[in-house]
Design a protein around this ligand. Structure first.
Ligand code: HEC
Ligand code: HEC
Length: 318
């Protein structure tokens, strides 16, 4: 009996030492580093793709990177990042060589946007967007915009505050999250005349699906349609006060989704935040005013084609 007890105590002590040293290893190692970009890539810029890049960036980057005091993409404290992740500051991504991304090469930018690995080789945690499904021409457009004469990206000398990732963030970045693979073949835009394919491209690349699926921890980034409750709603992103706001079910389910919505109702909600004549959408759902009516209608057309999921959302929960 005594022997058993001693055995038990020794085993527990060993387990404790392993757990504590594992935890302190992760704590001190922090967010991991990877091989840096090796690809060769030169961006090509035209006035049309700078404009396209600005439109995409306004929908995809500026909500996190725009600093309202400078009017530029000079970064800010992100009060709507889940506190479990630690303290999050978006980076200064203006053209400053000292404080922004003026020293990034085109290839390094492309590599970051595709895989999540920064110029210094460190992985950018899940609070920074990654674009594994975006067409080559659209990524090229975003990079063209970042390099352009647009006032929003001119050098601003606000220093980037380093994020203070929590233990959970460090742990997840050492276990669950890895850099995404670079595409092995060119990604081309679907023809806009194929309304459903075009709408799918927008719904996936404008990140509608991540918020509007069932659980942030069950997203399948490389195969979005395999995510838990794909477009079935229920995720709870935070508003600027840090309170959760539950997302809507956008599948064609007639009672719990938008199965009974007309195209017109959907387009008005998406572009202007107006539902049945009243302003109805709370942050972080921001109206997508930059979308054309055709683009908004294409997203609607695509959403009609996905499997209906019965999931009743109570707007006022939790
Ligand atoms: C949900 C918020 C969010 C979105 C959306 C987002 N970013 Fe970021 N971004 C961040 C955060 C936070 C960091 C800092 C990451 C870190 O500390 O590792 C960052 C870092 C970066 C960096 C790295 C700078 C450096 O110091 O190496 C670049 C470049 C960048 N973002 C560009 C973009 C572009 C372009 C887009 C749009 C396609 C975008 N980001 C969308 C939050 C975001
Ligand atoms: C940052 C997370 C987020 C992103 C990204 C997002 N949404 Fe939303 N969306 C929400 C939330 C939260 C609500 C619910 C708002 C409320 O209840 O006031 C919502 C509501 C909606 C509604 C209203 C549905 C209803 O039943 O009232 C529509 C339509 C919609 N979103 C479409 C989209 C589309 C299309 C995209 C991509 C272009 C998108 N959303 C991107 C979070 C998001």
């Amino acid at each position: 009996m005594k022997k058993m007890l001693r055995y038990l105590v020794v085993t527990m002590a060993v387990v404790l030492v392993v757990v504590v040293s594992g935890a302190s290893f992760i704590h001190f190692k922090g967010v991991p580093f990877y091989d840096k970009a090796k690809l060769v890539y030169r961006n090509s810029s035209t006035p049309a793709n700078i404009e396209r890049g600005k439109k995409l960036s306004m929908m995809l980057c500026s909500n996190c990177h725009l600093n309202v005091n400078t009017g530029r993409l000079s970064g800010k404290r992100m009060s709507d990042a889940p506190p479990e992740f630690g303290v999050v500051y978006s980076a200064n991504i203006t053209q400053s060589k000292e404080n922004g991304i003026g020293n990034y090469s085109d290839a390094e930018l492309l590599y970051l946007l595709r895989t999540g690995v920064k110029k210094n080789g460190q992985y950018a945690p899940p609070y920074m967007a990654k674009l594994p499904h975006m067409s080559d021409s659209d990524i090229n457009a975003i990079i063209s915009f970042l390099r352009s004469d647009d006032p929003m990206v001119q050098a601003d000398e606000t220093p980037t505050k380093p994020c203070e990732p929590s233990f959970l963030t460090k742990f997840l970045c050492n276990t669950a999250f890895k850099p995404l693979p670079l595409p092995t073949s060119p990604i081309v835009m679907p023809d806009s005349s194929d309304k459903v394919a075009f709408g799918k491209y927008l719904a996936l690349n404008l990140d509608c699906w991540t918020c509007h699926s069932g659980d942030f921890t069950k997203l399948d980034i490389m195969n979005p349609e395999n995510s838990y409750h794909f477009f079935g709603g229920g995720n709870q992103p935070l508003n600027l006060e840090g309170q959760p706001v539950v997302t809507s079910n956008l599948t064609p389910h007639k009672e719990t989704g938008i199965g009974l919505w007309s195209e017109e109702k959907f387009v008005k909600a998406l572009k202007y935040g107006i539902v049945d004549g009243h302003p109805a959408l709370r942050y972080p759902m921001v109206p997508y005013t930059k979308l054309t009516d055709y683009e908004a209608a294409a997203i609607y057309a695509y959403l009609r084609t996905i499997p209906a999921i019965e999931n009743k959302i109570n707007k006022n929960q939790p």
